[in-house]
Design a protein around this ligand. Sequence first.
Ligand code: FNR
Length: 365
Amino acid sequence: MSALFEPLTLRNLTIPNRVWMSPMCQYSAAVEGPEQGVPTDWHLTHLGSRAVGGAGLIVVEATAVSPEGRISPADLGLWNERQQERFGRIARFLADQGAVPGIQLAHAGRKASTDRPWRGGAPVGPEDHGWRPVAPSPIPFAEGHPVPDELSEAGIRRLVESFAAAARRALAAGFKVVDIHGAHGYLIHEFLSPFSNHRTDAYGGGFENRARFALEVVDAVRAEWPEELPVFFRVSATDWLSENPEDPREGWTADDTVRLAKELLAHGVDLLDVSTGGNAPKARIPMGPGYQVPFAARVKAETDLPTSAVGLITEPRQAEEIVASGQADAVMLGRELLRDPYWPHNAARELGAAARRPDQYGWAV
Ligand code: FNR
């Protein structure tokens, strides 16, 4: 019996297995005009292949809740009707393959307005379809990045509403899971971490104030999302700053993550999607197989919130062990699913579990 291929039920939603596709930006939408931020055939094929390949849940890439929340001008967005309609086609196709369609809602904060990674990823200005980013505090992400505009309280309120509106559109498009992007140095993480949040109003200072924006977004999304469907939150469990003697500035820690997890649970979040890093460019990260799993395991051990683990999970037996030992309720795969969309089918075979193949293939192989 494989734990990895057991279904998981969160609220009234049953996800057929615990091998999930991690959100991965494709930077492949039109940068201007009516197709701006609108999913293309690339997105349908990219996501659809992984559903055909047997992933139980597909989490669509970081999708911006407002135009200035895009990481690059070519990011997907969910702030208008056309985007919603085209996402509907994707959600339907994923569901038709037996996968649960999920979507990550995001705002890139001070890391917005950069070039596509394969063109170098540097900040871009208006001449390259860029814009001036916003953030909790006017502190650039790194050398060469612009000073972001400090958000006013009215600006914060508008963004909370943007998350709610995008959640409404995601639901109408047919998604069953929404993953709020609170990780990787993007806007919500920027508020959480004292490294990037130097505000002195109700949104900065102590833990409660720094967590205020995250919890307001969660409340706003929860209010739109049906009782019977789950909301996920992706966190960076640590800024990895205490590990770095060259950059000892105070950052977000694993203790903070445990405290946040309890708050998130109380605010109606159903699963913590546990990643790390992304907020401090000089942080030293000890990468290796499953290096972020202990953070998911700690949240599971110390709270009642289910977790998923992500990061250098590449082997079926490794994934099986993470779930079977109770370190996480599910694994998310990123790059390994880019290499091999059929990873879930092959892992099922290796682990002696039944693979959920489409009829078109299943009768033949
Ligand atoms: C990512 N990652 C990512 N994370 C996220 O929360 N939202 C996103 O849109 C993206 N985009 C993205 C694009 C690409 C091309 C890669 C490779 C990664 C991070 C990703 O979801 C995952 O957490 C990491 O890649 C670590 O997992 P793997 O790749 O080691 O399985």
